[in-house]
Design a protein around this ligand. Structure first.
Ligand code: PLP
Length: 366
């Protein structure tokens, strides 16, 4: 089977994990600090604060910005559910702006979704492809609303040389299958010292000195063992993102022009880090997305659908008072069309060619 995701940990991860075990210090200690410095360097922000998940990063960012009940946050309807849950968790109301065929939020729709109650917008750099940040920041500047980037899938992605997570408040995930996997974990990146300080307080029950509380906080602390696994992954990120990009370029070369198959868009200046390599199987294709996915499984190629529905298309959100959904025609169509193919760094050229041949022969034979 050619796997969709693969995690391989090595000697350095073992060495650092052992260092933690021998130190007896199990949470938010020196290893977490090293991870934070490395994240700050990667993203190019003055501050990086580690937390215990990408979801916690989004929640803490919203809280630190003062987003609460009565405010609206505009986000993408085509994302992992954590983006929406974070907005609801702080008591805010979610609105949506439809996406483009490159899966990122449409800046024009984003602008149209802003109301006098909007306090933040939260674009998602889906699959590792950054949103059109010059147009997104033009909108947030014009309306004076905060910008939170859901960069959970986008470690190392950039727009015109500026990294995802450096445009607004960056939120990253170190979940087990992300480009920097640690099991669980997350980070917030920012240049704003006061905001960074609020996140640090929120992460540890609002406590600055032992048992003295400045605000009502939470426990978002990251375990040292997770940081020990994440740190070497981060040090190898550049090389691995390069391999993902090479695999993606090979896939694109092999799949471009097949009837009804649309390869991922990458415009000059925007660096895609291919957390997923996602094609669209449109109506013109001789097979629909699900049939193609099962036929590929029979040929030992694992595929994934991220995500089969728009994020609010479940009763718990459709009926939620804080979810202001409207029809999202492009996101709804893309949810029917997307299919992610293996692109991880451990695929050989031969593996990639097997994936290409399998798709080509299924499309041509149909
Ligand atoms: C993974 C992910 C998250 C949440 O991260 P966790 O670490 O799993 O909590 C949020 N948004 C997106 C787009 C993600 O892919």
């Amino acid at each position: 089977m050619i796997r969709l995701n693969l995690v391989r940990l090595g000697d350095e991860e073992e060495r650092l994990a052992l260092e933690v075990i021998r130190s007896g210090r199990l949470t938010q200690g020196p290893m977490v600090e090293r991870l934070e410095s490395a994240m700050g360097r990667l993203v190019g922000t003055r501050h990086a604060i580690a937390v215990n998940s990408g979801t916690a990063a989004l929640v803490a960012a919203l809280q630190a910005l003062g987003v609460e009940a009565g405010s609206e946050v505009v986000t993408s309807p085509f994302t992992f559910v954590a983006t929406l849950n974070a907005i609801l968790e702080v008591g805010a109301t979610a609105r949506f702006a439809d996406i483009l065929d490159d899966f990122t939020v449409d800046p024009q729709a984003l602008e149209a979704a802003i109301t006098p109650r909007t306090s933040a917008v939260m674009p998602v750099h889906l699959y590792g492809y950054p949103a059109d940040m010059s147009r997104v920041t033009a909108v947030t500047n014009r309306y004076g609303v905060a910008l939170i980037e859901d960069a959970a899938q986008a470690h190392g992605a950039s727009v015109d040389g500026k990294n995802a997570g450096a445009f607004g408040v960056g939120c990253f995930s170190f979940y087990a299958t992300k480009n920097v996997p640690a099991g669980e974990g997350g980070a917030i990146t920012t240049d704003d010292a006061a905001l960074a300080e609020r996140v640090r307080l929120l992460r540890n029950h609002g406590m600055r000195r032992r048992y003295e509380y400045e605000l009502a906080g939470h426990n978002y602390r990251m375990p040292e063992l997770c940081a020990a696994i994440a740190l070497p992954q981060l040090q190898k990120l550049e090389e691995r993102n390069e391999r993902r990009s090479r695999n993606a370029a090979r896939l694109t070369e092999g799949l471009v022009g097949l009837r009804g198959i649309h390869v991922p868009t990458v415009v000059p200046g925007r660096r895609h880090v291919f957390h997923h390599y996602t094609i669209r199987v449109s109506e013109e294709a001789p097979l629909n997305r699900d049939t193609l996915g099962s036929a590929l499984a029979e040929r030992h190629v694992e595929t994934g659908v991220y995500y089969p529905r728009v994020v609010f298309d479940h009763d718990c959100y459709r009926n939620h008072p804080n979810v202001l959904w409207e029809p999202m025609p492009r996101a709804e169509r893309l949810a029917r069309e997307v299919l992610s193919l293996p692109v991880h760094p451990w695929l050989s050229d031969q593996d990639v060619d097997l994936v290409i041949d399998a798709v080509r022969s299924l499309i041509s034979a149909a």
